[in-house]
Design a protein around this ligand. Structure first.
Ligand code: CTP
Ligand code: CA
Length: 231
């Protein structure tokens, strides 16, 4: 299996990885955010660089340091992330969307800080609007041969188990690979180990872990490499 420290199987390849979690501003001091630490995306960027790729890391509020040897483009909210990823994907062999992109953002961003009314117990109602789906957009017009990878944290529910949800999401997004994480136990965010299933558009299915995020990252690049080889 490729992926050892000395294997430079991604030499000459250019890859884009998004990592972290977007923050959607509400007023000058507040935002809607999520618990993504950026660890998996950072591990993906680090392993791609170690395997010889030229790496662009589109970073949204990482809680961990970015690896050395990668180019970092910092972004704040989902629309900034979209713009950065779409600009960087040109000429890329692979784009991996490990970032947690907010599905919604506040419809209004006030220029002044939202204040309590001291006379009442009233609370504001925050209206939300949908953010663009970056992964679906990437997959819809990917250049020939570019491998597009998504991540999905899923839980089983009355509509289906984790893999059923993952398969449906893969089809909906139209990407080449979907890395599905079972978060039913709630023990994934900010942790160093995870178990994932790599679902391929070609019907393939591979379980990885429980394993450190570096090993998950190597498995993702192995799967990407196989698909690049086919192109
Ligand atoms: N994603 C994206 N743009 C969004 C939301 C998600 O590019 N606005 C990407 C994520 O980076 C991830 C993949 O889509 O790679 C799946 O994210 P997920 O939140 O699981 O998918 P959603 O389509 O938002 O579905 P859900 O309603 O389950 O949140
Ligand atoms: Ca979502």
């Amino acid at each position: 299996r490729p992926g050892g420290p000395e294997v430079r199987d991604l030499a000459g390849r250019r890859v884009v990885v998004s990592a972290g979690g977007t923050r959607e501003p509400l007023d000058p001091v507040r935002y809607l955010g999520n618990r993504s630490s950026g660890r998996q995306g950072v591990a993906l960027a680090a392993r791609a660089a170690a395997r010889g790729a030229e790496v662009v890391l589109v970073a949204a509020h990482l809680e961990v340091p970015a690896p050395t040897g990668v180019r970092v483009v910092d972004v704040g909210d989902a629309r900034e992330l979209r713009a950065a990823v779409l600009a960087e994907r040109t000429g890329a062999d692979a784009v991996v969307m490990a970032a947690a992109v907010a599905d919604f953002r506040p419809a209004q961003v006030t220029t002044a800080k939202i204040k309590k009314d001291p006379a009442t117990q009233d609370a504001p109602v925050v209206a939300l609007v949908r953010n663009p789906d970056v992964l679906a957009e990437l997959a819809a017009d990917a250049p020939e041969g570019q491998v597009v990878v998504g991540f999905a944290a899923e839980t089983g529910d009355e509509d289906g188990d984790v893999l059923a949800h993952g398969r449906a999401k893969l089809a909906r997004k139209g990407c080449d690979l979907l890395v599905v994480n079972d978060v039913g136990g709630g023990a994934v965010f900010g942790r160093d180990e995870s178990t994932v299933v790599l679902l391929g558009r070609d019907g393939s299915e591979r379980t990885v872990g429980p394993a450190p995020k570096e090993l998950v990252a190597d498995a993702v690049w192995d799967a990407v490499g196989e698909r690049l080889g086919r192109g």
